[in-house]
Design a protein around this ligand. Sequence first.
Ligand code: FES
Length: 105
Amino acid sequence: MKETWVRVAAEGDVPEGGTLQARLGSEPVCLYKIDGRVYATHDTCTHGRASLADGTVRGEEIECALHKGRFHIPSGKAVAVPCVRNVRTYAVKLEDGAVWLDGGC
Ligand code: FES
């Protein structure tokens, strides 16, 4: 698998304990910072059309704003109904003060 790192945001723009919506090419992604570590998932909830960036971070989980389903942020695993399909996660690296995601497939 080929790695293709893409700069998606300044590291300082990702709030601790919060979310930041960004774009990886045409894909909306959601960035999170938990205990200083940055994670990334696809931004669209797998249950509906909601943006996970509008949700609430609870520990290592993101709670969708629309129907309160939840995902484990580091793994993308759906952990609370109505979400049953996992959300895609992305490899993250921090370099030159920026957040880079692996957009390879
Ligand atoms: Fe996210 Fe329904 S759209 S839980």
